[in-house]
Write a new protein. Structure first.
Length: 595
């Protein structure tokens, strides 16, 4: 059956499936459709518009499954819009995320919504529809204006982030009309102001998730209205890049059900803001993210555990004024942490990790991220490896260049982290002896390894491919000594399970290396190729054997042409290709290119 489905899909790509549908009995078509995914059903329906019985089967399949349909901004669903098919679909979810500089599609989308509406829709994402054009003949439009109660009467989730043209009046209208909204994302809607936030605070009493920021018009008054208003059902609040927000704007918060709070990029906040995150204001708060507080010091950091000792997830990017003393004092009070991210703490050293691990408070950790702390050495990694962290599954020490020499990786391999699933050692000082330690079967469950900018050679990659057979994701990008021999070892050693491979910046790789990836035909889903100047259209054609491939990213491969990309798309109709050659280019299923 799987072979038949692949055949059907390829026939669809070559515009012959409609003829086949006319030959097969309706009963057989119904049997085939039972094995199809939603995307495959969409492709079948596009090709079978002249076959009313088949379309009936398709529509019954949609309704019977009570599907949550995700309509992405791609070729298949565009055709469905143009043909008016959406008026028959009982949709529960639609995604219209777009890349920038899409002009021709906006008018069709607006017309489709205005003429028909989507009365059963519950979740809508229209992020990043910046239709500002350099072409003076193109009218700049705000596509969010079509979001009205007449068109979406059952909407409860709305994401319109990164829409710079959306006005405050439109946002106020949405907040007044959609009183049943449970999730709203306005991040980087640059015209969001205090008036918008006041209306949200007073009207959207059912709101559970709210994201806003990236606007110079948001001040203390607007943020204060949110945290002291009527949003008592709010579970998560994300405030980012509000450069006019001060400590006073966070005072007197009263959100009894809030579980997750993120305050990032608000540079005027200081130690005084920490006291406003207490369990008195937010009794159910278990996740806190604070980043880029310019005036945050040890005094403020150390109070986090005192004002809320029940935190399970904590992310801090502390900058220059926080030292290891503040970090250690904070962690001594936090015994329930499951996720800890301490990134870019410039004064953070080995002592903070060593002393924190000795306390035993971090035994519940499943995720530890200390990336960007360039004052840390192997001493810290040894302390982590020898600590009692039985539940730790993910470790990120990315860009700790003084760490992961022989001593650190040897401790990591022989320590107590045998349950580790994901390891990020990118931009670290890797030596062969240390790498050999972690590829000798000491991390039997490791599924994801990120080792970009690690100066790996072919022998190192061969050791990874043969020594960590459980890998499903591998990143060896910007390892300039890696050649075709390493890729062949990966393809053969990880043929049973590898799903994602990043070889960007491995400029010695040629068509021979890409051809060897044929061993991953049944597993590989994502592939990134960049700055591989020896790769041509011939190598790209070899990738058509990867029948499961759904995402291909190509960066600055000079000998790859549009002809090669188009041919590859015809061979793999499911594939999305992102071609970065100085600018963003996307190939659709017609082989057309657009920015």
């Amino acid at each position: 059956m799987q072979r038949n489905l692949v055949l059907l899909d390829k026939m669809n790509g070559f515009k012959h499936l409609a003829d086949l549908c006319c030959l097969l009995p309706t009963e057989i078509m119904g049997e085939i459709m039972q094995y199809l995914t939603l995307d495959e059903l969409g492709r079948m329906d596009v090709a079978c518009t002249s076959r009313h019985a088949v379309r009936g089967i398709f529509l019954r399949a949609l309704k019977s499954e009570r599907i949550q349909l995700k309509v992405t901004n791609n070729y298949y669903w565009k055709r469905r819009f143009d043909r008016g098919l959406l008026k028959w679909i009982i949709a529960r979810e639609i995604r219209l995320s777009a890349w920038k500089h899409i002009h021709t599609y906006d008018e069709r989308l607006s017309e489709m919504i205005s003429n028909r509406g989507l009365i059963h829709l519950q979740s809508l994402e229209m992020s990043n529809f910046d239709t500002t054009s350099d072409d003076t003949t193109t009218n700049n439009t705000d596509i969010v204006e079509v979001v009205t109660m007449d068109h979406f009467p059952k909407l409860i989730s709305l994401n319109i982030a990164w829409n710079y043209l959306t006005t405050a009046a439109t946002l106020i209208s949405i907040a007044n009309d959609f009183t049943n909204l449970q999730s709203l994302n306005l991040c980087h809607c640059s015209n969001t102001n205090d008036d918008v936030l006041v209306v949200i605070a007073n009207n959207l009493v059912n709101l559970k998730h709210l994201y806003f920021g990236g606007s110079e018009y948001i001040t203390d008054a607007g943020v204060s209205a949110i945290i002291t208003g009527l949003l008592h059902n709010l579970h998560s609040l994300h405030v980012s890049s509000c450069k006019n927000l001060t400590d006073a704007g966070l005072a007197n918060g009263n959100l009894p059900r809030l579980q997750s709070l993120s305050i990032t990029g608000c540079r005027h906040l200081s130690d005084a803001a920490i006291d406003h995150f207490s369990t008195v204001n937010y009794p159910r708060l278990i996740s806190l993210t604070i980043s880029e507080f310019s005036d945050l010091t040890d005094a403020g950091i150390s109070r986090i555990g005192l004002v809320n000792s029940r935190l399970e997830s904590l992310q801090i990017s502390a900058g220059y004024h926080v030292t290891e003393h503040g970090i250690v004092s904070m962690l001594q009070e936090l015994s329930h942490l499951k996720s800890l991210i301490l990134s870019n703490c410039w004064n953070f050293s080995d002592t903070a990790i060593v002393n924190s691990m000795k306390t035993g408070n971090l035994s519940s950790l499943t995720y530890l991220d200390i990336h960007g702390n360039n004052n840390m050495h192997d001493t810290a990694l040894v302390a982590i490896s020898n600590a009692k962290l039985p539940h730790l599954q993910c470790l990120n020490i990315h860009y700790c260049p003084r760490m992961t020499t022989h001593e650190g990786l040897l401790a990591l391999a022989n320590g107590n982290l045998c349950n580790l699933l994901s390891l990020n050692i990118s931009q670290c000082n890797i030596c062969r002896e240390g790498l050999g330690a972690i590829t000798n079967g000491n991390l039997p469950y490791l599924q994801k390894l990120y080792a970009s900018y690690c100066n790996l050679y072919d022998n190192d990659v061969v050791a990874i491919a043969n020594g960590i057979p459980s890998l499903i994701e591998l990143d060896i990008s910007h390892c300039g000594h890696v050649s075709d021999a390493a890729i062949q070892a990966i393809a053969q050693g990880l043929a049973r399970q590898l799903q994602s491979l990043n070889i960007t910046g491995c400029f010695l790789i040629s068509n021979v290396g890409l051809e060897s990836l044929r061993y991953l035909y049944n597993t590989l889903l994502e592939l990134q190729i960049g700055y591989c100047y020896l790769v041509t259209d011939v190598g790209l054609a070899a990738l058509t054997r990867l029948t499961k491939l759904i995402s291909l990213i190509i960066i600055e491969c000079e000998q790859v042409t549009e002809l090669g990309l188009t041919a590859m798309k015809e061979g793999l109709p499911y594939l999305q290709i992102f071609d970065y050659r100085g600018k963003y280019t996307k190939v659709n299923a017609n082989g057309d290119y657009g920015e």
